[in-house]
Ligand binder design. Structure first.
Ligand code: NAD
Length: 272
């Protein structure tokens, strides 16, 4: 169910499925989308300072009657905010905009060369000060993680990366699992670009589910946390209804076979 959680390396429980709010408008759109998701039973929300909608997310949370400890809120430090002091300041801005007293998961949005290690030190400080329950990274490849782990005193608990059947990043997932880093999928639906794929369609028919549900169930069975985005209540419901069926080993292999190393977002070594 939507309350099913994975246990991070430090014991914190993180929901397997949450709502992504990238590109949702900061005012009514994000407020309505988060309100409807919370009503359906979503407990995890993924935002970022870059999305410019933290205030709307915070307002929806404030207006709901769900106890704070039942929610799992993720936000991220943006590229232009990286560096030790800059990150500490960015964190306070996010906290204020969200209207929260703590964040559940704070991530480095992208591995800005020459900066992400100082940024990580700031995340370690926030973690040690009890302002965040867990800290992690996003868009880190194996070489970034190796570099970070050389002098990290707290290991990242999560790595949020683009992940869907056309980009299944087997070796990165293996590396993360060896280091107890929970992998989390962004663009888990491949931004909706290939829902008409034959294999997805055939598995959808076989299980009486939609192609989107097949993709999200594949995440779950791979032990990957997922955060599909939708502003529409019926799609939020659809995306959450993945805990009542199971893909067989053969189904999983077929989906794994769709990997063509295709990115719909930026490459972690080539972003601006
Ligand atoms: P996604 O793969 O979740 O696709 C979302 C799109 O798919 C929607 O806009 C909608 O058009 C369509 N869709 C959603 N549900 C559907 C359904 N049931 N049936 C058919 N179509 C459906 O793409 P995303 O928004 O890029 O990724 C999800 C979240 O990941 C974001 O909202 C954000 O929170 C996060 N993200 C993080 C990063 C990062 O750098 N860390 C980058 C991109 C996204």
């Amino acid at each position: 169910s939507l309350t099913a959680t994975t246990t991070l390396a430090n014991g914190v429980q993180m929901p397997w499925l949450g709502l992504g709010v990238y590109k949702m408008d900061g005012d009514n759109e994000v407020k309505e989308a988060v309100a409807s998701a919370l009503e359906i039973g979503y407990r995890s929300i993924d935002t970022a300072s870059f999305y410019d909608n933290e205030e709307g997310v915070g307002q929806a949370i404030k207006q709901s009657t769900i106890p704070r400890e039942q929610l799992f809120v993720t936000t991220k430090v943006w590229n232009s905010e990286q560096g030790y002091n800059e990150t500490l300041a960015a964190f306070e801005r996010s906290l204020t905009k969200l209207g929260l007293e703590y964040i559940d998961l704070y991530l480095i949005h992208w591995p800005v060369p020459g900066k992400y290690k100082d940024t990580w030190k700031a995340l370690e400080k926030l973690y040690k000060d009890g302002k965040v329950r867990a800290i992690g990274v996003s868009n880190f490849l194996e070489h970034h993680l190796k570099d970070l782990l050389k002098d990290a005193t707290v290991k990242p608990m999560v790595n949020q990366v683009e992940f869907h059947p056309q980009l299944s990043s087997r070796s990165l997932r293996d590396y993360c699992s060896q280091h107890h880093i929970q992998v989390e999928a962004w663009s888990p639906l491949g931004r909706g670009r290939y829902l008409d794929d034959d294999t997805l369609q055939a598995l959808a028919t076989k299980h009486g589910k939609s192609p989107a549900q097949i993709m999200l169930r594949w995440d779950y069975q791979h032990g990957v946390v997922t955060i599909p985005k939708s502003t529409k209540k019926h799609r939020q419901e659809e995306n959450a209804a993945i805990f009542d069926f199971q893909l067989s080993d053969e189904d999983m292999q077929q989906l794994d076979g769709l990997d063509i190393d295709k990115r719909y977002g930026r490459h972690p070594d080539e972003f601006d």
